[in-house]
Each structure stands twice: as structure tokens, then as C-alpha cells.
Ligand binder design. Structure first.
Ligand code: DON
Length: 626
């Protein structure tokens, strides 16, 4: 088109990551471009003289994803004037400035089934029928806050730019061309003013509206503007919130019912997504939660919509089933797995008594691992699952690690579930590593809910609560557990323990000290006689550390040193001031020569402890695979 400077996004924009050029979506856009490019149907708009010189063969397609990837084909970087595609965005600005009630009292939201420039107003009041037709859009632009017309326009330009993620400019030629010839719009404005619906200077109001229509965009910009709506009001390129979630819903509503004027019904039937078109050839279509689509091709059909744009949107929707009212079927169950603490316990090393208590009574703790986004339907299924697993349960752990988000309906349904659980004396613990929005609203003041960082901590917390109800308070960190009462040495007898003690050395550690880490030589066995340590490892990719064990006083760690030597495969960090009786490999070698029977007994004890741990691991794998 005239003035269609090839302004690429890179010049003055938020960075757009480009999707893989030979990825499936790029290929499909290129295919649509090749398929619909040759059509000769349609005519460029000529009622604004400057638009008549547009090249009818131009055709651009663009998509922007929710995480800010752009796909484009054809004339995607060619600028053209936004025209009516500005209307839903300026409507959003008026709603933000004036509130819904005031805007609704001035502009209706009923589809007209008429053309964009129809002279149809409410009979007595002169109120325009909706904000997508010219009458409504003129009135809406007069509602935008600003001391002067210039201020109002500057706010509109800045607002459209925030949606596009770059500074947009006006095509002065197109503006002047419409300013000189826009008598029909002026007439509509005068009619509305005559009826008392519009107040202010008609020329000024029209000139703000004509400038708004002459803002230059590319179809990549339209895709990003659509993606901002699809993304709940946050621009996926700049990551800035432009519009509240609530106003996004209102804007998409009018785009759905009125965006395509007298073609709106058929558009919804065939394409089925909120959209808006403009006479310069742009279409902006929104696939909520997924994509923004922008197309550009100046040749228009009889209802004023871009021929190639409609064909491309139609094809995309048909091929990928994008129609909003199409149901996706039953989503994955929100509960990925359920297990109880008698089968799967926390990583805290327990005394034999505690282990017995947990295997006898651990069924009072149930862990549900959740997945996906929680909305009304999935929250209902989750509630049913939780209630179906309540026999003998006193603690319910909801592991939210794999949950993306909780929407408002999920929050309110889960609040009702928590009322029920609290009434039954059940404590609910949210394991919420991501700090999901909405979880705060689930926490209750009566102590029947807890929120902790992860499922491991939640399980340990519930185990502690369970053990304390059975008079088995965990040892205080300052309690001493001498070698004679260490679990590993329980069968050795006092005299052998005394001989062993003579070979150990005492080491003291402060909180945060590292006893050893990965790669260190495995050169000693540690009996914890006071305090607490955590054993952790790094995930295979090196991304994050996770806890393997928590070892309290009375338990040992590092025993593999005596068996295969080599280097340490995990790290031990001191959680509370700790004291250990340490049997080094050289001391052990001495023992081997001096007292082979004691050495044998120690080996048997280590083997028994390892085999008990292996059996427990097998049981946990069975429970988790179930
Ligand atoms: O008001 C007008 O006539 C133009 N400035 C905008 C019209 C428009 O884009 C209609 N949409 N398809």
C-alpha cells in the first residue's frame, strides 16, 4: 500500500523470537500463503481514496504464541492502516477509563447484522448498537479520557502500541484522505449528537477516530495484539500487562458477536474465534489461551473483509479444530497418582519404632499428586477423588508441583471441599513449590490447612504430626544418641560397641557445614550422635538439587565407604548443629586385622540396613506404579 514502509519489527520493537523456519507451523503458513495467494477475488477499498492505491496482491500471515514466538509468511512486515481493527482495543481503553456501566449506557452491545458504516441507532436515544460499527466506535473514541483531542489520540496511539509491543505511527496520507472524504462518519456523529447520545465537537471527535484508523501496523503486530488478548491481557513480547483479565473477556465478547459485522454469524459458524477486520485488509483473530492470528491482504469481499484473510483463517480453524465451542473431550485426570504414607514415606530416616508406627498407621496420611490446570471440571474430579480416599485419613497432601494454575472456579470449589475436610477433622497440606496464585485463598484460619514448599516436606510434616499423636515426638536436635544406642549397632552388644568406639573420632559441625560432597573420596562411615543432616544430589541435567535423606541422631550415613570406597555420589549438608562418631577407612582397616569378628558383625549390620532400605524402595516403587 502507499506509504507501506517495510518497517521490520527489529527496528523499534520488543524482541520477537521467531518460530523455527522449517517447523510445522512455518510450513503450514507458507502452504496457506501459496494456496490463497493467487486468488483474484475481491477489490481494494476505495471509499477512502488513499486506500484505493493498495496493491491487491499483497498477502501476509502471522501468528504469535502465548510465550512470544512469532510465525510469519509473505508480506508480514508490510505496514498498512489498522482501520476498524482498532475498534475493540479502543473499546477496551474506554472501558478501562470509564467503567463498564457508563460505557454500556452510551454504547450497546447488540449485533446489528448491518454493514460497518450503517446508519442505525437506537430509535429514541440515538445510542449506537455496538462498539464495532462506525457509530459505536466514534462514540467510544469520544469516551477516552484526555484533556484535548490531541491528548485523547495520543493515549489511543500509546494504548495500541502497548498491545503491539512497539511504538506505532500514523499514516498521515491515509488520515488526511479519510478526513477529507469521511462525510458519512461525520453524518453519523451529527445524528448521534442531535439525539443527545454524543457530546462534544463532531469534527474533533471524527478527527481522533480517523487518526486512530490511520495508525500503521503489520500483520505481525495484529498477531501480537491478538495474542495479548489471548494471553489474558499480558503482551507476550513485552510481558507487560496491558489489560485486566476481566476487560479482556468483555472485549472478546463484542469481537465474537459483532466483530465481523453482517458476516459475524457465518464467521462464528465457520471459523469460530473472536475477530476484527479492517478495510485496509487486516484481520486480527484471537484464540484464547493459545494464539493470536494476524492477516493482511487488501482485496476485500462484499462484506468488507479481506478475501485471503478470511480464507486463511477459515482453513486454519478447520484444519486444527480451533472453533471455540468445539469441546476438546475429557482432559487428563487432575489426580496423577494417590498413595498413602504406610507405603511411601518421607525421606527422613526413622528409628525402627517410628518405622513400625508409620507402617501401621501411615494410611492416615494420603498424598494426591495433581497435574494440569485446575478449572471447574478438573476441581470437581479432584474433589471426588479426595472424598473417595478419606477412610481413616487425617492428613491430605495435595501436591501442586505439576499444576499450572488454579482458576477462580477451582478456588471456590476447593474452598467448599476444604470446609468439608475441616468438618471431618482432616488437615490439608498444600505442597506448592511455585507459589500458585489462588492457593493463598484456600488457607483457613482454623489451622486445618498448611502450605509448604514441596511434597517431601509436606509428607515429613504429616508424619511428624502422626507420630506425635502416638506419643512419638521426634528427637529434639540437641538430644544425644551414643554409639551404644545407634540403630546400626543395636545387635553388636556393649562390649563390641566399646571396642568400636575406641577406633572412632568425634567430629562436630555447625548448621550449613558440608560434611562431604560429590566427588570427595568415600573414606569414612558417620554415626550421627547429635543433630541432623540432609543428604542431597543434583538432578541428572544438573538443574537442581533434591533431598535424598534426612538423617537424625541415632542413624548412620556414608556406609558405602566401607564397602566399595571410590568417591561420594551425594552431598551431606548439616541442618542442625551436629556431632558424629566417625569410623575412617584406615581405622576400619585396622579393625579388620585386629578384630575380624567385630568387622564381620559390622558388615552384617550394614548389609541388613541396606537390604531393609532396598525392600522399602521396592515397596515405594510398587505403590507409586500402582
Ligand atoms: O470508518 C471507516 O470507514 C474506516 N476508517 C474504518 C472502517 C473499517 O475498517 C471497517 N471494517 N471492516
Amino acid at each position: 500500500m502507499s506509504g507501506g514502509v517495510e518497517l521490520t519489527r527489529a527496528l523499534d520493537s520488543a524482541p520477537m523470537s521467531i518460530g523455527p523456519p522449517n517447523g510445522p507451523l512455518s510450513r503450514i503458513l507458507d502452504e496457506l500463503h501459496a494456496r490463497f495467494g493467487p486468488t483474484t477475488d475481491g477489490q481494494v477499498a476505495s471509499y477512502i481514496p488513499e486506500l484505493a492505491s493498495a496493491d491487491p496482491t499483497l498477502f501476509g500471515l502471522a501468528l504469535t504464541t502465548m510465550d512470544g514466538f512469532g510465525y510469519a509468511s509473505g508480506a508480514a512486515a508490510t505496514e498498512f492502516t489498522i482501520q476498524s481493527v482498532s475498534k475493540p482495543f479502543v473499546y477496551a481503553l474506554a472501558l478501562a477509563d470509564r467503567g463498564m456501566d457508563e460505557v454500556l449506557s452510551r454504547v450497546g452491545v447488540e449485533p446489528t447484522g448491518d454493514a460497518f458504516n450503517a446508519i442505525t441507532l437506537e430509535p429514541d436515544t440515538g445510542r449506537p448498537l455496538n462498539p464495532m460499527v462506525n457509530a459505536g466506535a466514534l462514540l467510544v473514541s469520544s469516551l477516552v479520557d484526555g484533556a484535548t483531542a490531541a491528548d485523547r489520540f495520543e493515549r489511543i496511539r500509546g494504548w495500541l502500541s502497548a498491545f503491539a509491543g512497539r511504538e506505532l505511527r500514523v499514516d498521515e496520507k491515509v488520515f488526511r484522505s479519510e478526513q477529507l472524504t469521511g462525510d458519512r462518519n461525520r453524518a453519523i456523529a451529527y445524528l448521534m449528537r442531535n439525539a443527545g447520545a454524543l457530546s462534544g465537537d463532531v469534527d474533533e471527535i471524527c478527527s481522533v477516530y480517523f487518526r486512530q484508523c490511520a495508525v500503521m501496523v503489520t500483520c505481525e503486530d495484529l498477531a501480537t495484539m491478538a495474542a495479548t488478548l489471548a494471553n489474558g491481557g499480558v503482551n507476550p513480547l513485552t510481558r507487560r500487562r496491558v489489560l485486566s483479565d476481566e476487560l479482556v473477556g468483555r472485549v472478546l465478547t463484542v469481537m465474537t458477536t459483532c466483530g465481523m459485522y453482517d458476516h459475524a454469524g457465518e464467521w462464528m459458524l465457520r471459523v469460530g474465534v473472536p475477530a476484527k477486520s479492517g478495510v485496509a485488509g487486516g484481520i486480527c483473530a484471537v484464540l484464547p489461551g493459545q494464539l493470536g492470528i494476524g492477516t493482511f491482504s487488501p482485496a476485500l469481499d462484499a462484506t468488507g473483509h479481506s478475501v485471503r484473510g478470511v480464507l486463511a483463517c477459515n482453513e486454519l480453524s478447520t484444519r486444527f479444530g480451533l472453533h471455540l465451542l468445539r469441546t476438546a473431550g475429557l482432559p487428563a485426570h487432575p489426580v496423577r497418582s494417590t498413595h498413602r504414607a504406610d507405603a511411601v514415606s518421607s525421606k527422613r530416616v526413622r528409628s525402627p519404632r517410628e518405622r513400625r508406627a508409620l507402617s501401621e498407621h501411615g494410611a492416615a496420611i494420603v498424598v494426591h499428586e495433581l497435574q494440569g490446570d485446575l478449572a471447574f471440571g478438573s476441581a470437581e474430579r479432584l474433589s471426588r477423588t479426595v472424598l473417595a480416599h478419606l477412610d481413616g485419613v487425617r492428613w491430605v497432601i495435595l501436591d501442586l508441583r505439576r499444576v499450572g494454575r488454579l482458576d477462580e472456579s477451582a478456588v471456590s470449589l476447593l474452598r467448599a471441599l476444604l470446609d468439608e475436610l475441616a468438618q471431618r477433622g482432616v488437615t490439608t497440606i498444600f505442597a506448592d513449590p511455585k507459589g500458585l496464585a489462588g492457593v493463598g485463598q484456600l488457607l483457613r484460619a482454623d489451622g486445618s490447612t498448611e502450605r509448604v514448599r514441596d511434597a517431601e516436606i509436606a509428607l515429613e510434616w504429616a508424619e511428624e504430626a502422626l507420630l506425635s499423636t502416638r506419643d512419638m515426638q521426634t528427637l529434639s536436635p540437641s538430644a544425644q544418641v551414643p554409639l551404644g544406642t545407634q540403630e546400626l549397632l543395636a545387635e553388636l552388644g556393649a562390649e563390641r560397641v566399646a571396642r568400636l568406639r575406641a577406633l572412632t573420632e568425634t567430629r562436630a559441625y555447625d548448621k550449613g557445614d558440608i560434611v562431604f560432597q560429590e566427588g570427595d573420596p568415600a573414606d569414612a562411615l558417620y554415626f550421627v550422635t547429635r543433630g541432623l543432616v540432609n543428604v542431597d544430589v543434583v538432578t541428572s541435567g544438573g538443574g537442581r538439587r533434591f533431598r535424598l535423606n534426612t538423617v537424625p541422631a541415632g542413624s548412620a550415613f556414608g556406609e558405602l565407604a566401607l564397602i566399595d570406597g571410590g568417591t561420594r555420589s551425594s552431598r551431606v549438608v548439616v541442618a542442625e548443629p551436629t556431632e558424629c562418631a566417625v569410623l575412617t577407612v584406615p581405622a576400619f582397616e585396622k579393625l579388620r586385622h585386629q578384630d575380624p569378628a567385630l568387622c564381620d558383625a559390622l558388615f552384617r549390620a550394614i548389609a541388613r540396613s541396606l537390604s531393609a532400605r532396598l525392600r522399602q524402595a521396592t515397596r515405594e516403587i510398587q505403590a507409586l506404579e500402582a
